[in-house]
Ligand binder design. Structure first.
Ligand code: TRP
Length: 367
């Protein structure tokens, strides 16, 4: 086991292109952590096996989105020289780990996982939950521990998974001896990034609701989505006082705007507090705020867009990055699996002591 190393693991299900909710909630942080130079190893996983747990009948959808997500990662600045990008299903060791961890988790504990609960409701799975889906928190514990991850930068919805992973680590280590590393969750410290709403103001950004701004959206798409964003429905005339609460445009400004943006695009306000105060007082129209938000979003997204365009022209290179990353990840996971099998005393053919023990035991029977 790698002692005292700082190791990151995180990932996303490839059920569609990644959007600004993913970006604010976790992706941006991953790039910052990568570039901080403080981490010994960074693993970024495309969780296709997990995506199949509730999309078993849609293999083409998952297949199509592998490269889309890889392109999203590269375009935000995940650097293959610093981070290992890989595909989950390629690492069969994760499945084996999951199977052993299943012995350490009860059905009732899984039933209490609030994220799984909410997902079951959302997908109308109540009467027919696929077993694989039900147990995905266990497989997520395998993902994290296979790499001895110390730090898992994710969105708030993943907190129950981390809690469950930590429980599995404790249980495993107490039953089989110190083997696995206990991970810490790393949430965004900006409240607005913790839960970025959809452009329609609904709490969750989701493809089926059509309320996402994708990292790969064109400039014009972003502009249109921002200009039609949900604001304060009671703010009808410019002179009316406006509400900030539930006002998506301001939530996005909380998440993405910085002081420098004001100097550049809206110099009549020093910062977001001044803009908010004016809005609440009345006399500030939604269109003006939306135009400002559009400038902020374009500034954030345009380098991502152009990097994506470069990689799209070099898709073979992206393919190789994923393939090589998956081989590297597999080696790491295989090492952990060896440690796990040793701790669980099932390493019969790797451990020369096994045969010796057996010889002694059988001999002792004859006496
Ligand atoms: N559950 C995550 C999502 O829905 C994806 C994921 C799978 C993950 N395994 C992980 C995230 C391990 C962090 C660590 O996007």
């Amino acid at each position: 086991m790698a002692k005292n190393q700082k190791i990151i693991l995180s990932g996303d299900r490839p059920t569609g292109r990644l959007h600004v909710g993913h970006y604010a909630g976790s992706l941006k942080r991953r790039v910052e952590l990568q570039n901080s130079g403080e981490y010994d190893k960074i693993f970024i996983m495309i969780a296709d096996a997990q995506a199949l747990t509730d999309n078993a009948d849609q293999p083409s959808k998952i297949r199509e989105n592998i490269m889309e997500v890889a392109l999203d990662y590269l375009s935000i600045g995940i650097d293959p020289a610093k981070s290992t990008m890989f595909v989950q299903s390629h690492i069969s060791e994760l499945t084996e780990l999951s199977f052993y961890y299943m012995n350490l988790v009860t059905v009732s504990r899984l039933q209490r996982n609030p994220t799984v609960k909410a997902e079951i409701q959302m997908r109308n799975f109540e009467t027919s939950i696929p077993v694989g889906f039900f147990t995905y928190p266990i497989s997520q514990a395998a993902d994290i521990t296979a790499f001895h991850a110390t730090t898992v930068p994710v969105g708030e919805d993943q907190a129950p998974m981390l809690e469950q992973t930590r429980e599995i680590v404790h249980k495993f280590n107490s039953v089989y001896g110190e083997t696995l590393t206990e991970p810490q969750i790393l949430l965004p410290d900006n409240q607005a990034c913790l839960r970025l709403p959809g452009t329609d103001g609904k709490a969750k950004m989701s493809k089926s609701l059509g309320n996402c701004i994708y990292l790969s959206d064109s400039e014009e798409d972003v502009r249109q989505k921002v200009m039609s964003m949900f604001t304060d429905p009671d703010h009808i005339r410019v002179q009316d006082p406006g509400k900030l609460e539930g006002n998506t445009v301001f939530t996005y400004l909380d998440a993405f705007s910085r002081k420098e943006h004001f100097a550049e695009y809206l110099p009549e306000y020093a910062d977001l507090d001044e803009l908010k105060a004016h809005y609440q007082r009345g006399g500030l129209g939604d269109v003006k705020v939306k135009k400002f938000l559009n400038s902020v979003m374009q500034e954030e997204l345009s380098p991502i867009r152009s990097r994506r365009a470069e990689y799209e022209k070099n898709i073979e290179q992206v393919y190789e990055i994923l393939r090589d990353g998956s081989s590297t990840a597999k080696e790491t996971a295989a090492k952990t699996l060896e440690e796990v099998r040793h701790a669980m005393k099932i390493d019969y053919f790797q451990d020369p002591a096994f045969l010796e023990e057996q010889k002694r035991f059988q001999d002792s029977k004859e006496e």
